[in-house]
Design a protein around this ligand. Structure first.
Ligand code: SF4
Ligand code: SF4
Length: 173
């Protein structure tokens, strides 16, 4: 999905790309999602404060269409396609620190699920596997990386309990 996208994306273009991605998802019944974004769907659901995010749209689509397929990958996905910090097919979030951190999360999730990058599964089955094999995210998303200036690098809040709240609600069944 990345071939025709300009290097720099303003908010308007990102919004249009997001709409396009949602339309493609509905038309094809499939989405490509990086492995750790599957966990982010749980955190987002637990938070219930990002109803317009693409993560919420993916959950909606899964609930609307039980055969909805998710292709799980390590690396950029269809969500990154509409993200302003995806530049030259690379995530430059947090001054470039997110790129290696997120790749590590993807690989950890694939390892925990015993999947290879590119595996395609029905969404409900994938979410069920996550629920069974990954009860908490702190060991995957808890950053143990040290930035160049010696400070700990943290991009998220894996201990805020939202992931576990979403697991308890079993929204994918
Ligand atoms: S804690 Fe991890 S799974 Fe949850 S939103 Fe942050 S990066 Fe995603
Ligand atoms: S911040 Fe990076 S990993 Fe997250 S959606 Fe944007 S480009 Fe993708």
């Amino acid at each position: 999905m990345f071939e025709d996208v300009p290097t720099r994306r303003d908010d308007k273009l990102c919004f249009e790309l997001k709409e396009k991605m949602c339309e493609m998802m509905r038309l094809t019944g499939r989405v490509t999602m990086r492995a750790h974004h599957t966990l982010c769907c749980f955190c987002g659901y637990g938070r219930t404060k990002y109803p317009d995010s693409l993560l919420a749209k993916i959950i909606e689509e899964m609930q609307r269409n039980p055969d909805f397929e998710i292709r799980t990958v390590a690396g950029l996905d269809d969500l990154c396609y509409s993200c302003p910090v995806c530049i030259n097919n690379r995530c430059v979030g947090a001054d470039g620190k997110m790129f290696p951190a997120d790749m590590k999360k993807d690989i950890d999730v694939l390892h925990r699920l015993r999947l290879i990058s590119g595996a395609v599964l029905p969404a409900g089955e994938l979410f069920g596997m996550v629920a069974e094999k990954i009860p908490h995210v702190v060991d995957i998303c808890g950053d143990n990386q040290v930035a160049e200036d010696g400070t700990l690098f943290t991009t998220c809040s894996p201990t805020d309990g939202h992931y576990e709240e979403a697991l308890a609600q079993r929204f994918w069944e």
